[in-house]
Write a protein that binds this ligand. Structure first.
Ligand code: HAM
Length: 417
């Protein structure tokens, strides 16, 4: 027998039995996107490496360590150097915004997408090489109200999927005016403690000291004593952050200010936030995260335009929903059409009529004995069986109670199930 081929490491198959929970989470995201007036956008799953290098930053983990490079069938090294599967959607969406001159549209633009992202990381629980995000972006709105609105939206999403204890952590990491002084403060603080840093952090310290705070292996004591971005904010950033928090307070939303939260991508400015299930803390546990990126549109060749958004990890949310024992809503009852005769056309005609009425219908296409067909229907989870006899005479069987009604019409079936 030929050897079996298995799924790539760090990927998962979504099997039918897991689908209802997954669908519940995705449907909640889509419904909220509709109610919050986001419009759908789709961008390619692969883009130029240059887009991510410039947008997310050369020294971000996503670019430096986790780029999922791709090339053609006979792909050369040059090709692989040029293309990568998207590690996140924001850079691609902003690329599209600039490319299509979307700044001339009446703004702010509210865009949303759900789809797979790829990071060639070391797989572990909740960390995959292919994962799905629900992403929302608001481009052209300087805030602060929209900052709070997005935190509220994410909050509502977690509540609606059944995760009532998810908390927002929020911070402000300043902007081009005040970040340089904060960077300097971090460089001097961590340089003084260089021996306690990981090799990675020591290497990145001069280039991107914020990354050091984001190092999963950073000594917690060292982290606690590090300079806080909020102490370095310029007046405009401080006022913005205070206004965001005041609006969250006004909405009665619980959050925690987290001075260590710097986010892993370089495009962030000012408001940054992440979402965690209560009692979970580690960076890998974030159920979602986002923030403001007021310099990104310009960095990618567009006019100066503020932006803010978030990405919610659907995989991690589904895992949390499962761990919390939240049952997905029950779908429409299944109807099985089975045959007491060999009239296969009749069965499919009846099935079609029931499907036209919106019912979920499996039609048995076999000529097995009726008893065997009913057995299969029961195993498949059918709530009702419609038995088609000669001349398309119908009987309806309640599979739970076993009670059968003979001589019913299609319309009666539709009314009864
Ligand atoms: P991010 O924090 O890198 O932000 O990812 C957002 C969420 O995606 C994480 O909180 C996590 O739930 C999920 N996630 C990330 N990596 C993995 C992985 N390897 N396996 C499973 N889930 C994962 C962004 O991607 C930004 N684009 C968010 C954003 C939008 N900021 C502004 N607009």
């Amino acid at each position: 027998m030929p050897a079996r081929i298995t799924a790539p490491r760090g990927t998962r198959d979504l099997l039918p039995e897991e689908a209802p929970r997954w669908e519940h989470v995705e449907a909640t995201a889509r419904e909220l996107a509709r109610r919050y007036a986001f419009e759908r956008i789709e961008t390619p799953l692969f883009e130029r490496v240059e887009l991510f290098a410039r947008g997310l930053g050369e020294s971000s983990d996503a670019v430096e360590k986790e780029m999922f490079r791709v090339g053609g069938a006979r792909g050369s090294d040059e090709e692989r150097a040029e293309w990568a599967l998207r590690p996140e959607p924001t850079a691609g969406i902003v690329r599209a915004y600039v490319e299509h001159g979307m700044h001339v549209r009446p703004g702010p633009l509210r865009l949303t997408t759900i789809g797979p992202m790829f990071r060639y990381d070391r797989p572990q629980a909740g960390r995959y090489r292919q994962f799905t995000q629900w992403d929302v972006e608001v481009i052209g709105d300087p805030g602060p109200a929209v900052d709070a609105e997005l935190v509220e939206l994410a909050h509502r999403f977690y509540r609606d999927v059944g995760l009532a204890d998810v908390r927002a952590r929020i911070n402000s990491i300043g902007d081009a005016t005040c970040r340089p002084a904060y960077r300097e403060a971090l460089i001097s603080y961590f340089s003084a403690h260089a021996p306690r840093l990981t090799d990675d952090s020591r290497r990145r310290l001069q280039v991107n000291p914020l990354r050091v705070l984001d190092d999963r292996l950073l000594d917690p004591e060292l982290a606690a004593g590090a300079p806080k971005s909020v102490d370095y904010l310029c007046d405009a950033c401080r006022a913005h952050f205070a206004a965001v928090l005041a609006i969250l307070d006004g909405l009665g939303l619980a959050y925690e200010v987290d001075h260590r939260l710097v986010r892993g991508l370089d495009y962030y400015t000012r408001t940054s936030f992440e979402f965690y299930a209560a009692g979970r803390g580690g960076q890998q546990d974030a159920l979602g995260g986002g923030g403001r990126y007021d310099g990104l549109v310009e960095l990618l060749g567009g006019p100066p335009t503020p932006g803010i958004g978030f990405g919610i990890g659907i995989d991690r949310t589904v895992l949390a929903v499962e761990a919390g024992g939240v049952e997905p809503p029950v779908g429409a009852p299944l109807v099985a059409v089975v045959g007491a005769s060999d009239d296969l056309v009749g069965r499919l005609r009846v099935a079609t009529a029931l499907r036209d009425a919106g019912l979920a219908v499996r039609s048995d296409g076999s000529t097995r004995k009726l008893g065997r067909q009913l057995e299969s229907a029961s195993k498949a989870g059918a709530r009702w069986a419609v038995i088609v006899g000669d001349g398309e005479r119908l009987a309806l069987k309640d599979m739970a109670s076993g009670v059968q009604r003979d001589e019913v019409t299609v319309d009666e079936v539709i009314g009864l199930v």
